[in-house]
Design a protein around this ligand. Structure first.
Ligand code: ZN
Length: 241
């Protein structure tokens, strides 16, 4: 099998979803240990799209929390990061929902929330930022919706627009990359599958916080119908429609 150049990729009808490639997840308070490994292949891929006749519609999700967010251990007296608690359901009275607690991360207007400059540079301004997790009382792993599926970002509306950008065909396929595999990549890819988008996860451009959540996420995404490719096999994977 030949490893086709990125120039051979037919991006028509395909959107790139770049999940939470932000400072706190790379080198900050909630750093994914091997996050740096996604950059060489992902930057090469993104740079190749800049010279493409029809570059993919590209979205960058941005975890963007208020300082007292429900997912922060510091918001709950005596609670420790990386534990799970029940929190009041944001919209259903007398119900609760499970919440994993994290160190404070991606706080609004802090540098930890910034999307990585190398990614933005490679995109040359072509990315559309989708902020999530902006409400204090509910977390948001998926780029499409809050964890209680009451609030939705505008990602689905943008993807399903009859003309998502001037001259651009409707989207039928998404290619997913970013951080972290076990949480926001998983939730976004599964939601994309539920929307009946062909969903291709770029395995050399995702990394997880830990082996257990990563392995479980790979099984879950496959079960929902996601496909897997590396950047070097993306062209051949996309051509198998
Ligand atoms: Zn978060």
């Amino acid at each position: 099998m030949s490893t086709t150049g990125f120039g051979d990729i037919d991006w028509s009808g395909t959107a790139l979803l770049l999940i939470d490639i932000q400072e706190d997840f790379i080198s900050g308070s909630l750093a994914v240990p091997t996050a740096e490994e996604i950059f060489p292949p992902l930057i090469s891929l993104l740079e190749s799209t800049s010279s493409h006749d029809a570059p993919p519609l590209t979205f960058l999700t941005q975890d963007y929390h208020p300082a007292d967010h429900v997912s922060f251990a510091s918001s709950h007296a005596g609670a420790k990061p990386f534990t799970t608690i029940e929190v009041p359901h944001p919209s259903l009275a007398d119900k609760t929902m499970e919440q994993v607690l994290w160190p404070d991360h991606c706080v609004q207007s802090t540098s930890g929330a910034d999307i990585d400059a190398r990614i933005l540079g490679a995109l040359e301004g072509r990315g559309n930022v989708v902020q999530k997790g902006t409400q204090k009382n509910v977390d948001c792993y998926s780029g499409f919706a809050s964890n209680d599926y009451v609030s939705f970002t505008d990602l689905a509306r943008r993807l399903f627009s009859s003309q998502p950008a001037p001259g651009m065909a409707p989207v039928h396929t998404v290619v997913v990359a970013g951080l972290a595999t076990g949480y926001c990549v998983r939730a976004t890819a599964i939601d994309a599958c539920k929307y009946h988008l062909r969903t291709i996860v770029l395995t050399d451009c995702i990394r997880g916080t830990d082996a257990a959540s990563t392995e479980q996420a790979m099984r879950d995404m496959e079960q929902f119908g996601a496909e897997f490719a590396e950047t070097t096999t993306l062209a051949s994977t996309l051509s198998r429609r």
